[in-house]
Design a protein around this ligand. Structure first.
Ligand SMILES: Nc1ncnc2c1ncn2[C@@H]1O[C@H](COP(=O)(O)OP(=O)(O)O)[C@@H](O)[C@H]1O
Ligand SMILES: [Mg+2]
Length: 398
């Protein structure tokens, strides 16, 4: 019997769900013509046997930096093979999230060495030694190298690496090989953390990726939906709605795609034949809820209890509220969960100030004239019901 458990399961709404997954690289990039043009110009020297320029790509998460980079470099490699004047080109990419400079360099060395040769040791050697080894490996091959360092803003001390790499040839540490660095960053402020000399070289060519608007997201989503979803499995308006929602929130294509996949999941859970606006609406709520939950869990217990108190005040129609009123509700809530409340008003006010700074609360100043004087009132920026429900589930965990 048990072997038949899955026998009747078929993919209903999804034709190929993997196309909506994080790992999928799209065959076509839409809505990024200007960026692709700038990218192409920045890299064209490779085709003529010259040193590649260094390129710095920045923009918020989900705006196509990685996808466009992969697409461009594929095209570049194809063209290099076609042309005699072009040096042979090797592209090595590394996501630097969680890396030290040593790990990044090590991964580049190993990527050049391929699996056929001994891998560079994981620990025990100095970063400078790793860099020397990298240059030796490059010269051994003697071709042109493009190093793609994605999410480079996560790298501690990116400065050392970004100082050494582009200068290696000028400094004589590299003789035969040529090198260009493509640095990709989710934030622009990373730039100001670098030393002036590094800024000048790495940022020879800068390309900014702006957030997508609703129309752009719609065309990205439509292309995906055509391949990922079965025919007649979705209403066009659901795509438009998902695009509009993601555009209003972050302008991220990743968010838009996630929303569509989640909408499909919800429609399937309900055995519906078609993804429509209400599925998107519910998917957005689910995602939003997950986000609130994560943020809430990141707070200290008392921070959470104060947020819960504010949610309760709002549910009771008593928000915005002064710190004194928050304290009273906080004590009630805290005792209700059998915790010991903080006792001073000052400690509550400190938490309120922190939570305001983190964007959980909105603070307004009220002036009640001579009698009351000026004071602050607080209210929640999150959905109170979600906060109350999430708190409930946190407290009921073992
Ligand atoms: N212009 C585009 N055309 C098609 N798909 C895109 C486009 N921009 C982003 N995507 C898709 O959106 C998701 C996020 O893009 P990604 O390149 O990973 O963003 P970033 O690197 O900027 O965080 C990926 O699935 C990617 O394939
Ligand atoms: Mg990326």
């Amino acid at each position: 019997m048990s072997e038949d458990l899955f026998a009747e399961m078929t993919e209903t709404l999804f034709k190929d769900k993997s196309i909506l997954s994080e790992e999928h690289s799209p065959d076509v990039i839409v809505e990024r013509d200007d960026e692709i043009d700038a990218y192409r110009t920045a890299l064209k020297d490779v085709l003529f046997g010259r040193n590649p320029s260094n390129v710095f790509i920045y923009g918020k998460t989900g705006v196509g930096k990685t996808a466009v980079t992969e697409y461009i470099l594929d095209a570049l490699q194809t063209e290099v093979k076609r042309r005699d004047a072009a040096d042979d080109l090797q592209v090595h990419s590394r996501n630097c999230n969680d890396d030290t400079v040593y790990q990044t360099v090590r991964s580049l060395i190993n990527s050049i060495r391929d699996n056929s040769r001994e891998q560079f040791p994981e620990t025990g050697l100095a970063t400078s030694h790793a860099l020397e080894t990298l240059f030796k490996e490059m010269d051994r091959v003697g071709e042109t190298f493009l190093f793609v360092l994605d999410e480079i803003d996560h790298l501690d001390d990116a400065d050392t690496l970004l100082y050494e790499l582009p200068r290696a040839r000028a400094n004589g540490t590299l003789v035969d090989a040529r090198v260009g660095v493509i640095g990709i960053s989710n934030n622009y402020t990373f730039r100001s953390s670098l030393s002036p000399k590094v800024k000048d070289t790495l940022m020879e060519k800068e390309i900014a990726f702006s957030p997508y608007d609703a129309n752009e997201l719609r065309s990205i989503l439509s292309t995906r939906a055509e391949n990922a979803l079965a025919e007649e499995a979705y209403e066009e308006s659901a795509i438009r709605f998902a695009a509009a929602k993601a555009a209003k929130d972050t302008g991220s294509a990743r968010q838009a795609i996630d929303l569509l996949r989640e909408s499909g999941d919800i429609a399937e859970e309900d055995s519906d034949k078609m993804i429509v606006d209400t599925h998107v609406q519910r998917a957005a709520q689910r995602v939003q809820r997950g986000r609130v939950e994560n943020k809430l869990r990141d707070q200290t217990m008392h921070g959470q209890l104060i947020l819960e108190a504010l949610a309760q005040l709002e549910a009771d129609g008593q928000a915005p509220a002064r710190s004194k009123a928050v304290q009273q509700m906080y004590e009630k809530v805290t005792r209700g969960w059998k915790h010991n409340p903080l006792t001073t008003l000052k400690s509550i006010q400190n938490h309120l100030a922190d939570l305001t700074m983190l964007g959980f609360l909105e603070r307004t100043e009220r002036n009640e004239g001579r009698a009351g004087g000026a004071h602050y009132q607080y209210e929640l920026t999150l959905d109170p019901r979600t906060v109350l429900e999430t708190r409930e589930s946190i407290e009921s965990e073992p």
